[in-house]
Design a binder for this molecule. Sequence first.
Ligand code: GLN
Ligand code: ZN
Length: 779
Amino acid sequence: MSIAHNLGFPRIGLKRELKKALESFWKGGINEDALLATARELRQRHWHLQQEAGMDLIPVGDFSFYDHMLDMTALLGAVPARYGFSGEMVDLETYFAMARGSQTQPAMEMTKWFDTNYHYIVPEFTADMRFRLSGKAIFEVVDEAKTLGIRPKPVLVGPITYLWLGKEKRAVQDGGEATHAAGCCTGASRAADAGFSRLELLKHVLPVYAELLARLKAQGVEWVQLDEPALVLDLPPEWLAAVNTAYQALATADAPQILLTTYFESVADQADSLKCLPVAGLHLDLRRAPDQLDAFLRDYPADKVLSLGVVDGRNIWRTDLDAALALLGKARDDLGERLWIAPSCSLIHCPVDLAQERALDPELRSWMAFAVQKLEELNILKTALNAGPEAVRAQLAESRAALESRRHSPRIHNPAVSARVAALQPADAQRNQPFPQRRAAQRQRFKLPALPTTTIGSFPQTREIRQARLNFKKGEIDAAEYESIMRQEIVHAVREQERLGLDVLVHGEAERNDMVEYFGEQLRGFAFTQAGWVQSYGSRYVKPPVIFGDVSRPRPMTLDWTLHAQSLTEKPMKGMLTGPVTILQWSFVRDDQPRRDTATQIACAIRDEVTDLARAGIGIIQIDEPALREGLPLKARDWDAYLAWATRAFRIAASGVDDDVQIHTHMCYAEFNDILPAIASMDADVITIETSRSAMELLDAFGVFEYPNEIGPGVYDIHSPRVPGVEEMVRLLEKAATVIPADRLWVNPDCGLKTRSWEEVGPALANMLAATQQVRARL
Ligand code: GLN
Ligand code: ZN
């Protein structure tokens, strides 16, 4: 009999119980016991649910109060010295201090987990770091599960992935540690800087893993899941060699059987060495990389199980069960009972349960599957494998019918959209004239001063704005009243900017709850769930829109607001749009066509908005692409193809206008060094970027590469409530001017100001303008 198992279940709770408990605990509303009780309640509910869904092995230890990488840090006792932890076991206070910062120490850095929108806490390693088993939660949950009759499979981040995802820090004498601004240098230079490679810590961390595994075995654990998604990356040879070292050391008679799990990409390149590891099983993601199966089936060792991830853990779509069965059938012939089936990866990247979505259109809903439904699908597949497809004929037929309706639904397929995309010509992805000519036309039109000043788009989302939106959504105020409140906010934002003396104004984005939802709500082909939450980081969850069909724009989306704003001032009003790649990246996307095609459709819709704005006299238009970099594929060999379509999508959106229309783009948090030529190829007239936190270090790359167009390197860190001083911004500007010729420089904050208050924004922008005056005077 083949078994079905799960790799991880969403922790957040059907009704976001974990968020509520955590945030209440942090505010002092509930005590630790109450928080622990909620956690236990959720864990047990999820175990039972998975057991009832036919899972033969249930993941435990996948539950986390904040993040599973941080759990490993706690378990291994890898607490950075700056938190002053000296106890036996890492307590919740230390744990949350690492996650969120304490009175005296900032939080540990956080970054994206592979190509997902989940963020993990980055381990901080020093050369002298030693590890020690410092947590007991994993052992407690094993006992807890066993008492309830659950067959537990503990889940841990494997040692290679754990070390790979961390960062070297130099330990300094005074007890603090030298840290680097996030994203300012590559892994290699960081290691060189710190004087050691974190791989040297492997020999210290392995004994702790071994001890951990031995204790689990003593508790009667049969299988343990070691997640090694880092193996799908382009790892340096010494890291690949270390995989062997690590698993030779861990997969011994003292440990439970090890299932080594990979996901998010292919590990076909390492098939031969992985097959030789002494572990008892491997897991492959066949949704992302179905082609890797053959490399593994060839001479697959007779003593190992092969777990195949055939249900997609990264989206909200139903599985094509017939296709999955065809794939599994092939493996079944070779492997017999050693074939296991599973979701492609942990289900933490899916919302919990579709049954909650009562407002969703029934047809659309019939195409979808959330975590609970994905497990049901696995169960159907398992029965089909073990008892024959006849045993689940009705379920297979129902699934087939849903898929069939999705394949042909007129709600998905809009011939006008496909015809338009097919008819795109190279000229549609190119401005009429090269930048120098456009620049002359734009100078003529706008006559901006040297070092023009602007902001990134949003102004504070005040309590009044959020309250008005809430009242509107609840039906307590009508559309006219809501609109009039937003229009008043725009008046306020424009008056403030005029008072401050900015050169290029924005309307302030009062009417937008977020950068993607606002557009998704107005575009065809998008749907919204009521409770499709997924964890982004800690207690922060997001509810991504669902792109289910061909995308088009029935009517202008931002024109009225922008024209209203422009009517209030003589200064140029900058139109403000979200770019195609960012909209794609922050949504659940279709799996029935390549991402590239969906991005191109969105690009055409944004292009319509850009041309409407331009035709109405809006001469400066910003198309934000903060997510361009995070869309980079995991394997470098796929980068060029991605960058080619992603930058083309931007150019399609931007190129429907005359030379004298100035297109801006904005990116934040980006590590640009390796993709600068691609960014230049977007050919925006002006790019604004985040630089103030790294003291303009990022600009080195822009200088070396000689970025050809205009640049606004952020001079003010909007992430902090601190009001930056004039002198400090003068210094940053002068530093920028040493790299970028002053006649191509703009002055602006790092990012939008929506999270700040007017009390902070007013003085900060006043200082920014004063700094600009000083530097202008010296030009
Ligand atoms: N225009 C957006 C804003 O100002 C940009 C936000 C972003 O880059 N994430 O809020
Ligand atoms: Zn930004």
